[in-house]
Design a protein around this ligand. Structure first.
Ligand SMILES: NC(=O)c1ccc[n+]([C@@H]2O[C@H](COP(=O)([O-])OP(=O)(O)OC[C@H]3O[C@@H](n4cnc5c(N)ncnc54)[C@H](OP(=O)(O)O)[C@@H]3O)[C@@H](O)[C@H]2O)c1
Length: 227
């Protein structure tokens, strides 16, 4: 049995990843602000799924304890939580940019630094990026802050692989294409994605468990559509 920490667990892709790991019998430490859907999952189906209520953009002083009290060692960390603002660049405020980067990048830095002493070796950190943050990909109006934050997390992934290369801590990023979730609806209200969260979760779950055996510091585009 492995232990995985997943952020952004209450809905969308993160929720499906939680369910798949829990079905496999692993311990799932599932983080989001809204824990109601996770408590329902725990009480009805998966005793091994532990809902943890945390706002990763404003972590309380005891946040490390709130996670590690449930498991002494962490095998996998999936940095999946993110926010998106769909607004033309000229209308974005500095506050918008700070908020997006707080959730999509700075919280990831905090989580990795804080949980470092609890990582088992090997550990696989998987950061969820986006095709919007992938160099040379098609770009879309209104998503500059979001896409820039996703480019930043991709670059951080490469840097961390270098920093941890002798520590058996592996770090890769998945640059996802469109997946039919509430976030996608906010970005592209009239668009239907060809991939659903269950299918994407299948890929992610397998990647977390095995990707580090063959790659480190890589940014993998996972997309069959534009966007
Ligand atoms: N869907 C797509 O087409 C697509 C494409 C490319 C990349 N991605 C990436 O895939 C990941 C998952 O996206 P999704 O579509 O599943 O998004 P989603 O449905 O909007 O889910 C986002 C999750 O993040 C959590 N979250 C947001 N802010 C948080 C905070 N401050 N603290 C803790 N949790 C927070 C939300 O939970 P609470 O609100 O309960 O806190 C929610 O569970 C994201 O990194 C996204 O950028 C998605």
């Amino acid at each position: 049995m492995k232990t995985i920490v997943i952020t952004g667990a209450s809905r969308g892709i993160g929720r499906e990843v939680c369910i798949k790991f829990a079905e496999q019998g692993h311990k799932v430490l599932a983080i989001s602000r809204n824990t109601e859907p996770l408590i329902k999952l725990q009480t009805t189906s998966y005793y091994n799924l532990v809902p943890i209520e945390l706002d990763i953009s404003n972590l309380p002083q005891n946040w490390i304890h709130k996670i590690t009290e449930h498991a002494p060692k962490i095998d996998f960390l999936l940095n999946n939580a993110a926010v998106l603002i769909n607004k033309p660049f000229v209308e974005t405020t500095l506050q918008d940019w700070k908020h997006i980067f707080q959730v999509n990048l700075f919280s990831v830095v905090q989580l990795i630094q804080g949980l470092l002493p609890y990582f088992s070796k090997p550990t696989h950190i998987v950061n969820i990026s986006s095709m919007g943050g992938f160099q040379g990909s098609a770009k879309f109006k209104g998503l500059s802050a979001y896409s820039a934050s996703k480019a930043a997390i991709a670059n951080l992934t490469e840097c961390l692989a270098e920093e941890f290369k002798y520590d058996r801590i592996y770090c890769n990023a998945l640059a996802l294409g469109a997946v039919q979730t509430e976030m996608l609806q906010e970005a592209f209200p009239d668009y239907t994605a060809p991939v659903n969260p269950v299918t994407m979760a299948d890929f992610i779950v397998n990647f977390i468990q095995h990707g580090f055996e063959v790659m480190n510091g890589k940014i993998i585009p996972v997309s069959i559509s534009t966007p």
